[in-house]
Design a protein around this ligand. Structure first.
Ligand SMILES: C[S@@+](CC[C@H](N)C(=O)[O-])C[C@H]1O[C@@H](n2cnc3c(N)ncnc32)[C@H](O)[C@@H]1O
Length: 433
């Protein structure tokens, strides 16, 4: 049964309620036009906020039509189920980040108009765009392949492993891009039973913010947009979701309110593009915002390697794709190389993840030609991402260990790395402070 709340019910402590939110992935309620379902009342948090916060959470950017387009249809559900089983090797019931090729292309189609909407919501129509839409879509396309995003998977699992479920978990993702790391961390913590999860994603490209907002929608993750650092301290501590902040990662940690403490700070293919001086300044500034026992997670491509997979080998593997995972795994156990490199180019990748990917592609080829072709189209976009990303990495992760030790005064045992395989195209470093 629905009832129209009267005017008095839109006040709290004699102050007008400036936002309402529901602790579910639904969009924030439209305060101009409120209808409240009585059965939902116990789940609705109502709070009076200072006027400055009005813009923070009162955002309804996704129409019901867009929401339907971004939601999984029956084919997507089938795809997701098989992706979990074959590519990820997990139970299909497990809630984890999966993007289907159809949803990827839907995001691409919606992006130009949605970017304008995001710019207008943030009052930032005139801002220069640093990363145009096309590279950020290529970066998103990486998420169709676990091999490309296994670094985020590792980070998410490490964060969940060391975190304290009973305490609020607030992490920061500098240069959040297409939102893959933020999504993976959010979903992993949620799956592991963390009660209060908040991630602050910082990016200075409206296109990136728009892509990630749409991505979070596809993953049922609540999201809000903030147009400056000042508002970060106003996010209610018990709000669960990802706050996307338009801001400069170079100055963010030096500008936010002293009271903000992060359980973890991560930056994947983000601050590694900064000069050593700027990179280290970000880390210096991060010190006062990292909670005790907090982690820093950095990843970047290895600039001395590029990915140029030999197509005949790949095609042969896909056509004969059954049981590749087990074969690759046996080879790994025998100590055989997982990446075959020639003249600085990775020609073959025979990791556990690529073994599973080949089996998944073989499965698509045999059972669903439409999805197979869409998947292949998505992969060709992701290949472009690798080319864009290797350019101008000024502080690659494989050169920053000493700096991290000096800045945070940590021991060797406080450092972990992934994947520590000869020839891996990307490196991740974790430090616990
Ligand atoms: C290569 S993408 C990486 C995105 C994401 N972290 C990932 O791994 O998929 C780099 C992102 O950093 C953003 N970026 C570049 N310089 C930035 C800066 N100074 N402040 C904030 N974001 C920045 C870009 O807009 C882009 O979205």
């Amino acid at each position: 049964m629905e009832k129209e709340p009267d005017k008095a019910s839109l006040e709290f402590n004699n102050r007008p309620i400036e936002y309402l939110y529901i602790s579910s992935p639904s969009e924030e309620l439209d305060i101009e036009n409120p209808t409240v379902n009585e059965e939902e009342i116990p789940q609705i948090h109502v709070r009076a906020m200072p006027a400055a916060q009005t813009k923070i959470l009162k955002q309804t950017l996704i129409t019901p039509e867009t929401s339907t387009l971004l939601g999984a249809n029956s084919r997507d559900k089938q795809y997701i189920e098989n992706y979990k089983k074959v590519q990820l090797g997990i139970n299909s019931e497990e809630d984890t980040f999966v993007l289907t090729p159809r949803i990827f292309f839907e995001i691409e189609r919606l992006l130009p108009e949605f970017t304008r909407q995001v710019a207008s919501t943030l009052d930032l129509e005139a801002k220069t765009r640093i990363w145009e839409a096309s590279p950020i879509l290529s970066i998103l396309a990486k998420s169709l392949m676990e091999e490309s995003i296994k670094y985020s998977t590792w980070i998410a699992k490490r964060i969940a492993l060391k975190g304290d479920k009973s305490k609020p978990h607030i992490a920061c993702d500098l240069c959040s891009g297409a939102g893959i790391t933020s999504s993976k961390v959010y979903k992993e913590l949620k799956k592991d039973g963390f009660k209060n999860i908040q991630i602050h994603g910082v990016d200075n490209s409206i296109e990136s913010l728009a892509v990630s907002y749409l991505v979070f929608k596809t993953q049922d993750i609540p999201c809000v947009l903030l147009n400056n650092y000042e508002k970060v301290k106003d996010i209610p501590a018990d709000w669960n979701g990802i706050a996307l902040i338009y801001g400069n990662a170079e100055t963010y940690m030096g500008s936010i309110d002293e009271s903000i403490k992060y359980s973890d700070i991560m930056s994947e293919n983000g601050i590694s593009y900064f000069s050593k001086e700027k990179h280290n300044k970000v880390l210096e500034d991060s010190k006062k915002h990292l909670a005790k026992g907090g982690g820093i997670y950095l990843s970047s491509l290895n600039p001395s390697l590029s990915v140029d997979l030999a197509k005949p080998f790949l095609i042969k593997e896909i056509l004969t794709g059954k049981e590749k995972y087990q074969r690759y795994l046996n080879n790994i156990k025998k100590g055989k190389p997982q990446y075959i490199i020639s003249e600085g180019k990775i020609k073959r990748a025979m990791t556990e993840q690529t073994g599973r990917q080949i089996e998944f592609m073989n499965y698509l080829l045999r059972t669903d030609m439409v999805d197979f072709l869409k998947y292949m189209k998505g992969l060709s976009k992701a290949t472009t991402a690798a080319k864009i990303l290797t350019k101008e990495i000024l502080s690659p992760v494989n050169t920053v260990e000493k700096d991290l030790q000096e800045i945070f005064n940590i021991k060797d045992t406080d450092i972990s790395k992934y994947p520590e395989i000869n020839g891996a195209p990307c490196d991740v470093i974790e430090i616990i402070v």
